[in-house]
Design a protein around this ligand. Structure first.
Ligand code: WTA
Length: 635
C-alpha cells in the first residue's frame, strides 16, 4: 500500500479498511520500509497490562532506513539543512552521504567510549546537526537515547539520568538561542554531582565558552572523531535490533510530581513516523520541510529526525528562535532556503502575529505550499492569520493533534486531501480509532457531542511503557477507562464528525506548547524555605496559550513580596527549568480546601481566569472566607 492517500474518497476507503483489517493495513504500510527479516506477527496486544507488540520478530535498524537505503538514489541530496542562530553565520548542508558518514563516525566514537546496545545515553545539546547525528548514532549502535531539552535545569537532568541509569552523556560547551547563551556543559557538571552511573561525557564545541573537563570522564567530540579518522575506522555496520527493542525514552509531564519516561520501540515508531510524515504532509521528492520544534521534544524526534529521514526528505533545522534578531527571522529562513512545508506551533504564530504585518514586508514566502500546526489547540484568529498572511490562502493547514505518547500524528487533515476547518484537527488518520467517553467511561456515539478522548485500538507508534515503572503506564493511560488508551484531552465531535481538541482535562498545563504538570511546579515552589504550601493552575495567556498562576502560602516571609516572588521564580528555574516559571504569584493566607483536605482547584482556576462571580458550590469548603480573600487579591 502506498503511504499516501491521494483523494478524500481514497482516504475514506483506506480508513474503513484500516478499521476492518487493522493488521493487514499496518502490514501493508510496513512493507514500505527496509527490514533485514520480516516480522513473525504483526500485532499482539492487550490494554489491561498493557502489553503491546508490533512487528515482533522483525530484524532491522532504523538508521538503515533513514540513511543507508537512500545512498544510491539520494546520496548527494541534502538530508539536513542547518540554519544558525546567528544570521551572519554560514548555513550548513549535510547530504545523505555526508550524514551517513558522520553518523558512522560518531557510532564508532560511542563504541570507543564504552557504549553498547541497550545502554541509555543522555543527550543535552543545542539545535546543531551534531544533535541529530548523536541521536542517529545511538540508534545505529542499538543504544537508547534520552534527549533532554536545553531549557531544563541541572536537577531535572539529574532526575532523568538517574531514572534511566544512563552511562554516557553527550553535550556541548554551550548553546545559543536568540540573545541567550546557555552553558550546557556547566549545567551537566552540576547534574552529574548526583549521578553515579555516568562514566563518559562527550562534549561538542559550539559556543567556545570555558568549561571544566574532568580527566577520565570528559572527552571532546572533535578529538574523538580525529581518533576515529586516524585509526581508519569508517563505515559502522548498523547493529541489528528487533522491532520491539527500545529506541528511545522521552520524559514528559503528567498529573503527578515526577515526569515519566515514555518509551518508544524501534519498529512501530519507525513505521508510524514515516507513514504519518509522508501522508499528512504529502511529501514530494525535493521538498524542503521546516519543523520549528526543538529535537528535545517529540515533535523534533518525529518530524525533524526520524520521519523525514526515513522518507528521504530534506529537513531544515534551525538553531534560533522566530523573533531574533527581529520578528522577520522565520520568514527570512523560509525565503533563504525556499521552504515548502512549514510545521510550527500556535504559540509561535501568535507571537509573530503580535508584531503585525510589518515583519512580513518584502519577504518572499512563495515557496510555501503546505503548513502545519502542533502542540496546543490553535485559536481561530491565529489559524486565519496563518492561512492568510503565511499561506496566502493557497496552502492547506494540517492542524495535527498528537502526543509524546503517540509517536506521531493521530488526528489531522491530510494536506490537499481533507477539507479543513479553522481550529479543528479534523479526522483520524487511517489506522487510528478515536472514541469519546463520558465520566463513567460510557462511549458517546453520534455527532455534535463532546467528551474525553480515548483511542480504542493500538497503533504502531504508541508508547509501550514508562521506563522502569510499567504500573505507572497502566494507571496513567489504561486504567481510567477499560480497554482504552486515555489521552487526557477533552474533545468535541461536530455535526460533520470533525474533531476539535478542547484542551487537557487533567492537571497538566500547556504553556507555549510545553506540557507542564501543576504538581511538578508546586513541588518546586514548595522547595523554597519560606513556602508552606502552594497551588498552581493555568490561565488564558495571549501568546503562550496558558500561563502559570501560583497561589502561595508564605506566612513568614524573609524578604518583601517582590523579592520573594523572584526567589520563588528562581527556585522553580533551578528545580525544573526556566520553562516552568510562574507568570503570576499571588500570596494567600490559605488555600480553599474541602473538609477532607483536597484543594478545590476549580475555584482557583476560575479566579485565575478573572471570574469572580460564578464560582460554583463553595459550601463544602472548610473555610469559605478564604475564597473572598483570594478573590480580592487576584492578579
Ligand atoms: C496538546 C506534542 C490541540 C494536547 C506533539 C496533547 C494539541 C498535548 C494539539 C501533547 C493540537 C497537541 N490541537 N491540542 N493540534 N497538538 N496538543 O506530548 O493537549 O508535548 O495532549 O506532544 O498537547 O503534548 P506533547
Amino acid at each position: 500500500m502506498n503511504l499516501q492517500v491521494k483523494s478524500f474518497k481514497e482516504y475514506q476507503d483506506v480508513y474503513d479498511y484500516s478499521v476492518i483489517e487493522p493488521e493487514k493495513f499496518w502490514a501493508e504500510i510496513a512493507e514500505n520500509f527496509l527490514w533485514r527479516k520480516k516480522w513473525d506477527r504483526v500485532l499482539d496486544w492487550n490494554f489491561t497490562e498493557p502489553n503491546i507488540k508490533w512487528f515482533s520478530g522483525a530484524k532491522f535498524n532504523i538508521t538503515e532506513n533513514c540513511l543507508d537505503r537512500h545512498l544510491d538514489t539520494l546520496g548527494d541530496k541534502p538530508a539536513i539543512i542547518w540554519e544558525s542562530n546567528d544570521p551572519e553565520e554560514n548555513h550548513r548542508i549535510l547530504t545523505y552521504k555526508q550524514l551517513h558518514q558522520k553518523v558512522c563516525q560518531f557510532a564508532h566514537v560511542l563504541q570507543n567510549n564504552g557504549a553498547k546496545k541497550g545502554d541509555r545515553i543522555c543527550i543535552y545539546m543545542p539545535m546543531v546537526p551534531e544533535l541529530a547525528i548523536a541521536v542517529l548514532a545511538c540508534a545505529r549502535i542499538g543504544a537508547i537515547h534520552s534527549v533532554v531539552f536545553g531549557g531544563f535545569s541541572a536537577q531535572s537532568i539529574a532526575d532523568r539520568i538517574i531514572d534511566a541509569e544512563c552511562n554516557v552523556v553527550i553535550t556541548a560547551d554551550g548553546g545559543f538561542r536568540g540573545n541567550k547563551e546557555t552553558p550546557l556543559k556547566t549545567v551537566i557538571d552540576d547534574a552529574l554531582v548526583q549521578c553515579r552511573s555516568v562514566k563518559k561525557v562527550i562534549v561538542l564545541t559550539r559556543s567556545r565558552t570555558p568549561v571544566s573537563m574532568l580527566k577520565g570522564r570528559d572527552v571532546w567530540w572533535e578529538d574523538e572523531i580525529k581518533k576515529v579518522e586516524t585509526s581508519g575506522q569508517s563505515d559502522f555496520p548498523a547493529v541489528e535490533t528487533d522491532a520491539e527493542d527500545m529506541l528511545f525514552i522521552l520524559y514528559t509531564s503528567g498529573s503527578t510530581g515526577k515526569p515519566k519516561g515514555v518509551v518508544h520501540t524501534c519498529g512501530g515508531y519507525m513505521v508510524y513516523t514515516g507513514y504519518t510524515f509522508a501522508n499528512v504532509f504529502q511529501y514530494q521528492p525535493g521538498e524542503v520541510h521546516f519543523c520549528t520544534a526543538d529535537i528535545g521534544w517529540i515533535t523534533g524526534h518525529s518530524y525533524i529526525v526520524y520521519g523525514p529521514l526515513s522518507q528521504g526528505a530534506t529537513a531544515l533545522m534551525f538553531e534560533g528562535i522566530p523573533t531574533w534578531p527581529d520578528a522577520g527571522r522565520m520568514w527570512d529562513v523560509v525565503q533563504k532556503h525556499k521552504v515548502n512545508i512549514l510545521y510550527t506551533a500556535p504559540t509561535a504564530i501568535r507571537s509573530l502575529m503580535s508584531f503585525g504585518d510589518k515583519p512580513l514586508e518584502g519577504k518572499d514566502l512563495s515557496s510555501l505550499t503546505k503548513l502545519g500546526s502542533v502542540g496546543e489547540p490553535i485559536n481561530e484568529e491565529a489559524w486565519h492569520w496563518f492561512d492568510d498572511k503565511i499561506g496566502r490562502k493557497k496552502c492547506p493547514i494540517a492542524d495535527t493533534w498528537w502526543q509524546t505518547e503517540n509517536g506521531g500524528h493521530m488526528i489531522s487533515p491530510i494536506c490537499n486531501v481533507t477539507p479543513t476547518k479553522p481550529g479543528y484537527a479534523t479526522l483520524p488518520l487511517p489506522g487510528i480509532q478515536p472514541v469519546l467517553v463520558d465520566e463513567n467511561g460510557k462511549v458517546i456515539e453520534g455527532n455534535g457531542v463532546s467528551g474525553n478522548l480515548c483511542i480504542k485500538f493500538p497503533w504502531p507508534g504508541m508508547l509501550r511503557t514508562t521506563y522502569g515503572d510499567h504500573e505507572r503506564c497502566r494507571t496513567t493511560y489504561f486504567a481510567t477507562y477499560e480497554n482504552m488508551y486515555f489521552t487526557g484531552d477533552g474533545c468535541l465531535r461536530d455535526e460533520d464528525g470533525y474533531y476539535k481538541i478542547t484542551g487537557r482535562v487533567d492537571d497538566v498545563l500547556n504553556v507555549s506548547g510545553h506540557r507542564i504538570g501543576t504538581a511538578e511546579v508546586e513541588n518546586a515552589i514548595n522547595m523554597h524555605s519560606d513556602v508552606v504550601e502552594s497551588a498552581v493552575v493555568g490561565y488564558p495567556h495571549d501568546i503562550k496559550g496558558q500561563g502559570v498562576y501560583a497561589y502561595v502560602v508564605c506566612p513568614n516571609m524573609h524578604n518583601d513580596d517582590e523579592l520573594t516572588r523572584k526567589d520563588i521564580t528562581m527556585t522553580v528555574s533551578r528545580i525544573i527549568g526556566p520553562i516552568a516559571k510562574p507568570d503570576k504569584i499571588q500570596f494567600v493566607s490559605g488555600l480553599p480546601k474541602t473538609r477532607s483536605g483536597k484543594i478545590m482547584r476549580r475555584i482557583l482556576r476560575k479566579i485565575a481566569e478573572g471570574e469572580t462571580s460564578n464560582l460554583g458550590d463553595t459550601s463544602t469548603l472548610l473555610d469559605p472566607a478564604i475564597v473572598e480573600e483570594i478573590k480580592e487579591g487576584a492578579l
